[in-house]
Design a protein around this ligand. Sequence first.
Ligand SMILES: [Zn+2]
Length: 242
Amino acid sequence: MKIKHSLFALLLAAAPYAHVQAAAWDYAQPQHWGDLSPDFHLCKQGVNQSPIDIRQAVYARLPALALELQARQAAIVNNGHTVQVNLQQGDTLKLDDETFTLKQFHFHTPSENLIDGKRYPLEGHFVFSNQQQQLAVIGVMFVTGSANPVLGTLLDALPAQVDQSATLQEDVDITSLLPVDRHYFRFSGSLTTPPCSEGVRWLVMKQPVSASAAQLQAFSVALGAQGNSRPVQPLYGRLVVE
Ligand SMILES: [Zn+2]
């Protein structure tokens, strides 16, 4: 009994270490993410990496974006890599005859994708997943202009401390974080953070959404002077369609 008991205690003690921690990474040297861990090899060796400079898109008669959105409960966190909003699930995107469900959205400052070489002060990524856990991401660029009410709500609720989550008092409808004109570019890409997994269906809205200078500044402050934007990656023969 004694031996069994101590074995059990040992197992319990070891349990927290059984899960191998992912390598720590940051935005100081994103070009070296692939060297931090074998798990991150695609960051260095992948040929379908994001973000990209979107240019010379090929006309492909893309269908209208099939989004079903409504106001939902949400929580916001600055996880040290991004400001992220986790929503109650239910918003959907129909793409390629499959249903993708919105999991979360988050922000990059400045933008990660470029459009015709132009970098925007902020880019939102709306991350959807289908039943096979394949991802589709809608990217939205922000420009300086009138204040965005939803961004205001998010920034008001954002906890000052990293990794502290706050529930939003009002339900969040992402409709006002999307442009009215929903024309988009489409290309195949990856996560823009380690492990840089590929097979992500990227849809980047052509029209930007406005945010006030103060709102854009608030994201900059929250995400640090260095920002959280991976440099653009080579296309390697990929096509962007529109
Ligand atoms: Zn992102």
